[in-house]
Design a protein around this ligand. Structure first.
Ligand code: NDP
Ligand code: MG
Ligand code: MG
Length: 340
C-alpha cells in the first residue's frame, strides 16, 4: 500500500523560521494563511488592491503587493485562480523570488501544462488539499484536517520534500493523511475527479433526477429534498464508513434498488464517456480549450453559468434553505463575494 504520512511522521523543522508568502486570499488562500499562522509560521499575504486585500487585512495579516511579498519569502504559495497564474507569475513573481527559495502550488495545472515555466534556481513543489478551501479552514479549527497530496517538480535545495511535507502538516492535512504524487498525477486525477464525479458528474446526476421527477408531475420541493438535500446525508455515511456503512444504514428496499437500478443509470456507456473525458485531460485537449476560453473572455463559461443558475432547482433550493437556518448557504456566501 502507498505510504500515507501523518503528523508524527513529518519533520516540522523543515519549515521553521521560514517566511511564507500566500499569494491570493480566496477559497484556498485564506485557509492556508490562517492555518499556517495558527501552526506558528510567519505568513505574509500577497495581493492586488481589492476585496481580498481588505479581507486579509481585517483578518490581521501583513498584506503587500505580490512582488513585495514574494521578494521577502522563503516559500511562495500561489493560490490565485489557475487561469491568472501565468500572467501574475511573469509580472510579479518570477523576478522577485529569492534564489533557493521555494515556489509552491495547490494544483499542478500550470506547471504540468507548461503555462508557468519556473526559474531553475528555486524548488518547485505541490501541496494539493483534497477538499474545498473553506473546509481546509473549518476542519483545522475542529482539530481535524483535509487530506493532501504533495509532489516535487524541482529540488534545488535538496530539502523540497521535507519543506512540502511540513507545509502540508502546517495546513492541518497530516491529521487526515498526506500522500506523495507527481504534478502529472495530481493534475490529471484532480481534473478527472471534479469533471466526471465530484462536480460535473454529481450536478448532472442531481439535475437529471430532479427533472425526471418534476417532469412526471411530482412537486419540485419533494424532488429537491429527494435528489439534492438528501445527497449530503447519504454522502456523510459514505465519508464516515464507506459504501458498506451507507448500505448498512439505508433500508433493504433502498439497498436492493441501489443494486438493480444504479448500474442501469451509470452503466458501461457512462464509463466509456468517463474514459473519453480522461483521454482529453491526458492529451491536453481539455486544458487547451480552457486556456482559449479564458483568452476569449469566457463567453461560453458565462453563458452556461447563467443558464445553470436559471435552472428551476436553484430557486426551489434557495426558498427551502431559507427555511432551514441550520443549513449553511455557501452559494449565497459566494454571491456576497461577487462570485456568482
Ligand atoms: P479563488 O478564486 O477562491 O481566489 C483567488 C484569489 O486570488 C483571490 O483572493 C483574488 O483576489 C486573488 N487574485 C486573482 N487574480 C489576482 C491577481 N491578478 N493579482 C493578485 N491577486 C489576484 O481561488 P481558489 O482558492 O479556488 O484557487 C487557488 C488555487 O488552489 C488554484 O490553483 C486551484 O486549482 C487550487 N485549488 C482550489 C481548491 C478549492 O477549494 N477552491 C481545491 C484544491 C486546489 P481578488 O479579490 O483581488 O480578486
Ligand atoms: Mg480537487
Ligand atoms: Mg481542481
Amino acid at each position: 500500500m502507498t505510504k500515507v504520512f501523518y503528523d508524527k511522521d513529518i519533520n516540522k523543522e523543515a519549515l521553521q523560521g521560514k517566511k511564507i508568502a500566500i499569494v491570493g486570499y480566496g477559497s484556498q488562500g485564506h485557509a492556508h494563511a490562517q492555518n499556517l499562522r495558527d501552526s506558528g509560521y510567519e505568513v505574509v499575504v500577497g495581493l492586488r488592491p481589492g476585496k481580498s486585500h481588505d479581507k486579509a487585512k481585517e483578518d490581521g495579516f501583513e498584506v503587500k503587493a505580490v512582488a513585495d511579498a514574494v521578494a521577502e519569502a522563503d516559500v511562495t504559495m500561489v493560490l490565485l485562480p489557475d487561469e491568472n497564474q501565468p500572467k501574475v507569475y511573469e509580472e510579479s513573481i518570477k523576478d522577485n523570488m529569492k534564489p533557493n527559495s521555494a515556489l509552491a502550488f495547490a494544483h499542478g495545472f500550470n506547471i504540468h501544462f507548461n503555462q508557468v515555466v519556473p526559474r531553475e534556481d528555486v524548488d518547485v513543489f505541490l501541496v494539493a488539499p483534497k477538499g474545498p478551501g473553506h473546509l481546509v479552514r473549518r476542519t483545522y479549527e475542529e482539530e481535524a484536517g483535509v487530506p493532501a497530496l504533495y509532489g516535487i517538480f524541482q529540488d534545488v535545495s535538496g530539502k523540497a520534500t521535507d519543506v512540502a511535507m511540513a507545509y502540508a502538516a502546517g495546513i492541518g492535512a497530516a491529521r487526515a493523511g498526506v500522500l506523495e504524487t507527481s504534478f502529472q498525477e495530481e493534475t490529471e486525477t484532480d481534473l478527472f475527479g471534479e469533471q466526471a464525479v465530484l462536480c460535473g458528474g454529481l450536478t448532472s446526476l442531481v439535475k437529471a433526477g430532479f427533472e425526471t421527477l418534476t417532469e412526471a408531475g411530482y412537486q419540485p420541493e419533494v424532488a429537491y429534498f429527494e435528489c439534492l438535500h438528501e445527497m449530503k446525508l447519504i454522502v456523510d455515511l459514505m465519508y464516515e464508513g464507506g459504501m458498506e456503512n451507507m448500505r448498512y444504514s439505508i433500508s433493504d428496499t433502498a439497498q436492493w434498488g441501489d443494486f438493480v437500478s444504479g448500474p442501469r443509470v451509470v452503466n458501461d456507456e457512462t464509463k466509456a464517456r468517463m474514459k473519453d473525458v480522461l483521454t482529453e485531460i491526458q492529451n491536453g485537449k481539455f486544458a487547451k480549450g480552457w486556456i482559449l476560453e479564458n483568452q476569449a473572455g469566457r463567453p461560453q463559461f458565462n453563458a452556461i453559468n447563467n443558464n445553470e443558475y436559471n435552472h428551476p432547482i436553484t430557486k426551489v433550493g434557495q426558498d427551502l434553505r431559507d427555511l432551514m437556518p441550520f443549513v449553511k448557504q455557501p452559494v449565497n456566501d459566494k454571491k456576497k463575494e461577487g462570485k456568482v
